[in-house]
Write a protein that binds this ligand. Structure first.
Ligand SMILES: CC(C)(COP(=O)(O)OP(=O)(O)OC[C@H]1O[C@@H](n2cnc3c(N)ncnc32)[C@H](O)[C@@H]1OP(=O)(O)O)[C@@H](O)C(=O)NCCC(=O)NCCS
Length: 222
């Protein structure tokens, strides 16, 4: 299946930006938005397109002829976006990815439901998993691996040969030395400089980045 008509999950900032970017810079046609029934706006329209309840979306926009895009915030260390991703897959939808025409890429493998904005440079031999957000202007070094359900904010420098495990969040201007692994669920504060591989679900702040003792990243981005 190769869908062109796409429904966007949500009607907040990320969804509105997705609508804008897909409309201006993609082969996809956005045909509607979708939220949980209790969040339906009145009237149920956004940018003059229908907003439909998630509980009935597969009847209104059948998955055999519609794709979905759920480019959501990193809330709960990306796990909220992960839940929606799995729910949409269970309904049978193909999830599309958006890669800005203003990003620089080199045939990198890129998974589903990724939102990759302008001025990202993804160097050769680096792979991007599923459900990954790369906000604008990141340097993603060569021979690296970004795994599923990860969010980069902006102007992060990921040097060569790094591995970013699932659920990581990288704050603005964070810097990662070459060959580093960010363990699952690492939270990097803005402007932190990581010189050693991290521990799972740790919160790292400063230059050189130090773990905040007694704090779990699961307490962040609630
Ligand atoms: C780490 C972070 C979550 C703040 O944590 P916090 O505990 O709420 O921070 P506070 O504002 O209460 O500051 C606590 C102390 O840490 C310092 N601090 C906060 N963030 C810091 C950072 N990134 N680097 C160095 N010090 C920092 C503050 O100056 C303050 O110091 P003080 O006690 O001497 O005054 C935040 O700095 C951060 O990095 N958020 C991500 C921002 C981001 O990238 N957003 C993306 C937007 S697209």
């Amino acid at each position: 299946m190769n869908v062109k008509r796409v429904v966007i999950f949500g009607i907040q900032d990320f969804a509105e930006l997705a609508w804008y970017y897909l409309g201006k810079d993609s082969p996809y046609e956005v045909v509607g938005f979708c939220v949980n029934e209790k969040y339906l706006p009145d009237p149920p329209f956004f940018h003059e397109l229908p907003v439909v309840p998630f509980e009935r979306v597969s009847q209104i926009f059948p998955p055999d002829v519609h794709g979905f895009f759920a480019p959501m915030s990193p809330k709960r260390m990306n796990r909220f976006r992960e839940e929606i991703y799995h729910q949409l897959k269970a309904l049978g939808y193909e999830l599309i990815s958006y890669v800005s025409s203003k990003a620089t890429i080199f045939n990198n493998p890129i998974g589903e439901n990724c939102f990759i904005l302008e001025d990202n440079t993804i160097q050769p031999f680096t792979t991007i998993g599923n459900n990954v957000v790369l906000w604008s202007g990141n340097h993603i070094g060569h021979h690296g691996r970004i795994m599923d359900h990860v969010s980069f904010t902006s102007h992060v420098v990921m040097s060569g040969h790094c591995v970013i495990e699932p659920y990581c969040f990288l704050g603005v201007n964070a810097t990662i030395r070459d060959g580093i692994t960010l363990a699952e669920g690492t939270f990097l504060a803005m402007h932190s400089a990581v010189t050693k591989s991290t521990s799972p679900w740790g919160v790292y702040v400063g230059s050189p980045a130090k773990i905040r003792e007694g704090v779990s990243s699961l307490d962040m981005l609630k």
